[in-house]
Design a protein around this ligand. Structure first.
Ligand SMILES: [Zn+2]
Length: 372
């Protein structure tokens, strides 16, 4: 059990309008650099079959900064990070090609998609002073300190959201705060109708506010498509749409944080399915992929909170978890539409997700037994 770990803190910024213009300007230039670097890679590959890496492209940065003063006015590490991001996208692309998937090729970034830039090294172009975030060539930016920062700041990312600018500080050596053991464990299954089910049968439902927010999102989307392109009214509608998206995202995050916190408080060990494996192994689980995006982010949150609280999250390979009877171990095959598990052998009768959660807990305990 580590005594400290890495953690990211996010705060809203309160830039002056001049500072905001400057932030927008840097973001715009970072996006241009990203797209130009991508174009360069594609062209060189097509013309000469040469593949570039971030290292070669970074070597060109001093020249770029020497010829274009607008880029000289951006911290060099911020620009290096832009190229590192491109490299990461490429590597992820090739990794997925290798594993037999058909990923989308790295794409050019529109102004709505490219929303952040990063200082890779705290103290180098970025620092804190008297409650202000001090950015080289931008100045002292005011921060809304919604909670205390702990540990040693390492990287700093500035991001633009629908309601303004935010700063994310990734800190190392953040002391953990272990909770007292409760002696309880649980398996947890992702559901189709509910968000998740625990092995004691508890169902966690998606909050009702989701539907309301989603309706509002649809209205906002329709409004945008009705309005004429290039017009002022459309621009306004696009802004409202971005806000609606942000609301949905916030609600989801809020729900996931609260759910994860409740689980971490109650259980010493939480077993869940390793769904990345599931998608490759089993096709009939694809219906669940609707939920998977949300599930992946929930898992990240849960694991971070568990690590911070000294709890364990164990991922279990998802073999037959929904088909095996949790009472006697016999295989009771059922299609996705069958929501109830009724075992003809031992008479076990419960919701299919409840049955799955019990199997996940058992598989996890067996797995831990082998490791220990
Ligand atoms: Zn049975």
């Amino acid at each position: 059990m580590p005594e400290s770990l890495r953690k990211t803190y996010k705060y809203k910024l309160k830039p002056t309008s001049e500072q905001e213009r400057r932030l927008e300007d840097i973001l715009w230039r970072c996006r241009r650099l990203y797209n130009t670097a991508l174009e360069q890679r594609i062209t060189l590959w097509k013309q000469r079959g040469v593949s570039l890496c971030a290292y070669t492209q970074s070597a060109e940065l001093p020249d770029l900064r020497a010829t274009l003063p607008d880029y000289a006015a951006i911290h060099s590490q911020v620009l290096q990070d832009v190229l590192a991001r491109l490299e990461k996208t490429y590597q992820a692309f090739f990794r997925r090609v290798k594993t037999g998937q058909t990923p989308g090729f790295p794409r050019f970034q529109g102004s709505n998609r490219y929303n952040s830039f990063t200082y890779k090294q705290f103290g180098n172009g970025v620092t804190l002073d008297n409650g202000f975030l001090v950015l080289s060539k931008i100045g002292r930016v005011a921060v809304r300190w919604s909670r205390a920062l702990a540990g040693t700041p390492k990287t700093v990312t500035l991001s633009r959201e629908a309601d303004g600018w935010y700063v994310c500080c990734s800190c190392a050596d953040v002391p953990t705060q272990p909770l007292e053991p409760t002696g309880q464990e649980t398996g947890i299954d992702v559901g189709l109708e509910s968000f998740a089910t625990l092995s004691d049968g508890t169902m966690i439902h998606n909050p009702r506010c989701y539907r309301k927010a989603e309706r509002r999102l649809k209205t906002a989307q329709r409004r945008v498509s009705r309005r004429k392109k290039g017009g002022n009214r459309r621009r306004k509608a696009v802004k409202l749409l971005a806000k609606a998206h942000q609301t949905v995202k916030r609600q989801r995050q809020d729900f996931q944080h609260k759910t994860a916190l409740a689980l971490v408080r109650q259980f010493d060990t939480i077993y869940l399915e390793d769904l990345q494996v599931a998608n490759m192994v089993r096709n009939h689980r694809l219906a669940k992929s609707i939920n998977d995006a949300g599930w992946a982010s929930f898992r990240t949150i849960l694991e971070a909170k568990a690590a911070y609280a000294g709890r364990r999250v164990v991922a279990v390979p998802p073999v037959y978890t929904s088909q095996v009877c949790s009472g006697c171990g016999v295989i009771v095959s059922k299609g996705l539409s069958v929501r109830w598990h009724l075992c003809p052998d031992c008479g076990t009768s419960l919701h299919r997700d409840h049955n799955a959660a019990r199997n996940i807990e058992r598989a996890g305990q067996a797995l831990r037994g082998e490791v220990a």
